[in-house]
Write a protein that binds this ligand. Structure first.
Ligand code: NAD
Length: 320
């Protein structure tokens, strides 16, 4: 058996078409503001994806760039201004924030009806009541993918790997809301294997290999004798129940391979370590076991932006 590959790009494109019609029906301008202090590459990269998505569907996007040394008060004042601005539909507080600034406190200041990333405790709490108007984008995207492949969630055994606030916990809550029998495993779970093998739907959001590689690099800088970590996929094919739906949320940036000395293979062009992006799942073998599987990249990733756009439309509807 070879699994059906879930094409996140294609599904996200369909959703964006629907969003365009929703915006036309609303008959008003939508404006998303992303607040950033500093020059973090990852945050700017993420903002670039948001901007592109907004342009595709006709939402105005502003990257509100504050200085590197912006204080808690500076950022709070800016968020307050956006909360009060009737022309601002949605607000994103990009992470990381500068040292000494409490990013979570800033997210909690965003007006919940403009909290398009679904990070405000009020919106997180609403997940308990199955109100997903402002559910966090990546978890919401996972649910959308599962629904679109026609998989029956009610009564299914779902295992979620990872219990972070932004991904694992909200995914589990959304799955409970759909009446799945839901198990969360994490780094303190004694043995994740039986829980994975029992899953009709397996959702992995650990990012284990990437975290290990980054940890290794930090340690090896101080101590070059640090042993190489095991960055093989966390979810091996034999941990997957035959016919399961597998959703791989993780984004691991890891070396493509190692030379005889155990050093990452270098790119001939740039001379830098040759890196690849992969998920948690042993994709090449898992594809022979699962019924449906998301690739990395091209699975969950495009859905995150699509759900951000959908939440922005929800914010505009709520403001009417
Ligand atoms: P996190 O580091 O906050 O949480 C990781 C979770 O995985 C923790 O609950 C931890 O206990 C668990 N975990 C780690 N190693 C494990 C192991 N060996 N066994 C079992 N559990 C383990 O990360 P996060 O923010 O939740 O993100 C998780 C992954 O998803 C990352 O790779 C991240 O890049 C990716 N991500 C992707 C998208 C997307 O749009 N596709 C969005 C957000 C996050």
């Amino acid at each position: 058996m070879s699994a059906q590959v879930i094409d996140g790009e294609a599904i996200a494109a369909e959703i964006k078409e629907q969003i365009k019609s929703d915006i036309a029906a609303l008959g008003k301008e939508l404006h998303l503001h992303a607040v950033l202090a500093g020059d973090d590459f990852g945050a700017k990269f993420y903002a670039g994806g948001q901007q592109k998505g907004c342009e595709e569907v006709g939402i105005h996007y502003s990257l509100d760039q504050l200085p590197d040394d912006a204080s808690q008060d500076d950022l709070a004042a800016h968020i307050r201004k956006l909360n009060d601005d009737p022309d601002c539909t949605g607000i994103i507080c990009l992470m990381p924030v500068p040292k000494g600034v409490d990013g979570r406190a800033l997210q909690q200041m965003i007006d919940p009806s403009k909290d398009v990333e679904g990070m405000h405790p009020s919106n997180m709490g609403k997940l308990f009541y199955n109100d997903t108007t402002f559910a966090p984008c990546t978890p919401k995207g996972c649910v959308e993918l599962i629904k679109r492949v026609g998989c029956e969630v009610e009564g299914a055994n779902v295992t979620v790997i990872g219990h972070s606030e932004i991904v694992g916990k909200p995914i589990a809550m959304l799955m409970l809301g759909l009446n799945a029998t839901t198990t969360i495993v994490h780094v303190f779970t004694d043995d994740i294997v039986p829980h994975c093998k029992n899953a009709d739907i397996l959702i992995s959001a650990a990012g284990a290999a990437g975290a290990k590689w980054n940890g290794y690099k930090r340690k090896a800088k101080k101590d070059p004798s640090t042993p190489l970590p095991d960055i093989s996929p966390l979810v091996k094919a034999d941990m997957i129940k035959p016919g399961a739906v597998v959703i791989d949320v993780a984004i691991n940036r890891v070396p493509k391979g190692f030379d005889e000395d155990g050093k990452p293979i270098k790119s001939k062009k740039s001379g830098k370590d040759l890196m690849v992006t992969r998920g948690d799942v042993e994709y090449d073998k898992a594809i022979e076991v699962a019924s449906h599987i998301t690739p990395v990249p091209g699975g969950v990733g495009p859905m995150t932006v699509a759900m951000l756009l959908q939440n922005t439309v929800n914010a505009a509807k709520a403001a009417q």
